[in-house]
Ligand binder design. Structure first.
Ligand SMILES: C[S@@+](CC[C@H](N)C(=O)[O-])C[C@H]1O[C@@H](n2cnc3c(N)ncnc32)[C@H](O)[C@@H]1O
Length: 402
């Protein structure tokens, strides 16, 4: 499962959702020629496809995540050129120019050592100065992005959230960390080139919405492998907040609103002013509505009795409505007889269970696919462990065909 041990995959830690080796062997087993990942994230599916000589398109709506994925796909660039540009950045950093410190209080909390922060920001400025110059400048950008957390003593949650009040013992020194990241990238580029060659299969990650897939040609894919957001209240907009603040792209949490509004609704934070009526009244929800409404109504009641009063009713309505749109879009972008694997987990917010795999399977069939089935991979009961319920949760593969 650990993609972080693999060349290029390991350049940035993101919640991949599955092992790249598993994805590569699945596409090969299928005899796939063109693989689409509508929730492409940091590019695991694209890299896996290249490893088997298969063409791929990933779609990702978080601009910074899409940029990370596309930077990884630049592993075909010249490794020695990257090494020399890393040295250029470090030389510029040593000039000791003044830096502008981001105003967000998170920066002070995450970087209590002012000297180290200044060096980090000088590296940032030297890297950004190279921005747009060529492909190597994207690799420098990713090398910098990849050290932002390592240079802070702040802890990181299970996934990517930052926890400034937790501290970790090993904190990297920015210049050494940047040099090490550059060398890791360069040696991975050489290693991957030895295995795959200098001209891998076409791979691209497009900044787009999985619900429309406008950037994907119609009838393009004969296979889809994807790990969509789970309906577990994880806010993807927040995943790179520290990185975006350090880079000066946002000032703080509030600036994430536009992104929250376009993500698939898998967290209450994504709902904003959106009203669940849009989902409940849509013909897209008709195939599951009779079963969904009691769950929705129960959540509407239960939330009144809970401290957080979270809108999990709206979150689930949005989740299934959005995924119904994803299946409609996938139907347009896939060939007849296409094979799909959706890695899914079910959900029980406030202890109210939603049979996610079955409802998604039914929505896929309503979109024009022929059949679905589910195979369980593991039990999973961590997320809601401390809540007052014992509903067993599972994770597995939703297979869709036709
Ligand atoms: C579990 S992650 C996928 C990780 C991916 N397998 C990888 O290798 O990094 C789900 C991704 O879906 C993205 N996402 C959420 N809403 C989306 C939308 N409407 N369109 C496209 N991507 C979206 C999130 O930003 C997140 O990166």
């Amino acid at each position: 499962m650990d993609n972080m041990k693999l060349p290029v995959h390991r350049w940035y830690r993101y919640s991949a959702g599955y092992s790249s080796e598993w994805a590569a062997s699945l596409m090969q087993h299928w005899g796939a020629q063109k693989v689409l990942d509508p929730f492409g994230g940091s590019g695991t599916t694209n890299l896996a496809a290249q490893e088997r000589g298969i063409e791929s398109i990933g779609v990702e709506i978080h601009p910074m995540v899409a940029r990370i994925a596309n930077a990884k796909l630049l592993w075909t660039e010249d490794a020695d050129e990257l090494r020399s540009r890393v040295r250029e950045v470090l030389a510029r950093t040593m000039e000791g120019r003044p830096v502008v410190i981001p105003s967000s209080p998170l920066v002070g909390k995450c970087y209590p050592n002012a000297d180290s922060l200044h060096v980090l920001l000088r590296i940032r400025d030297a890297v950004l100065e190279q921005g747009g110059r060529d492909s190597i400048s994207e690799l420098l950008w990713l090398a910098f992005v990849s050290i932002i957390r390592a240079c802070s003593p702040a802890g990181t949650a299970q996934w990517q959230y930052v926890l400034p009040n937790n501290t970790k013992s090993r904190v990297a020194e920015p210049m050494a960390a940047f040099a090490a990241a550059g060398e890791k990238f360069a040696s991975d580029m050489e290693q991957r080139r030895k295995v795959i060659g200098a001209e891998p299969a076409f791979a691209s990650v497009r900044l787009d919405d999985a619900r429309t897939l406008n950037q994907v040609p119609d009838g393009w894919a004969d296979a889809v492998i994807t790990s969509p957001p789970y309906a577990n209240n994880y806010d993807y907009a927040d995943a790179l907040r520290l990185e975006q603040i350090v880079l000066g792209e946002i000032e703080g949490w509030g600036d994430l609103r536009p992104l929250r509004d376009v993500l698939v609704r898998s967290a209450t934070q994504n709902l904003g002013r959106w009203k669940a009526a849009e989902a409940l009244e849509s013909p897209l929800m008709a195939p599951i509505l009779d079963e969904f409404l009691p769950v929705y109504d129960e959540l509407s009641e239960v939330r009144k009795t809970r401290g957080g009063n979270k809108a999990y009713n709206g979150m689930l309505a949005g989740y299934f409505y959005d995924n119904a749109q994803v299946f409609q879009a996938l139907r347009k972008k896939t060939t007849p007889g296409a094979k799909i694997c959706y890695v899914v987990g079910d959900s029980a917010p406030y202890g109210v269970h939603a049979p996610v795999e079955r409802w998604l399977g039914e929505l896929a069939v309503a979109a024009g696919f022929k059949s679905w089935s589910f195979s369980k991979v593991r039990d999973r009961n961590t997320k809601w462990k401390n809540r007052k319920h014992t509903h067993p949760l599972k994770e597995g593969y939703l297979w869709i065909e036709g």
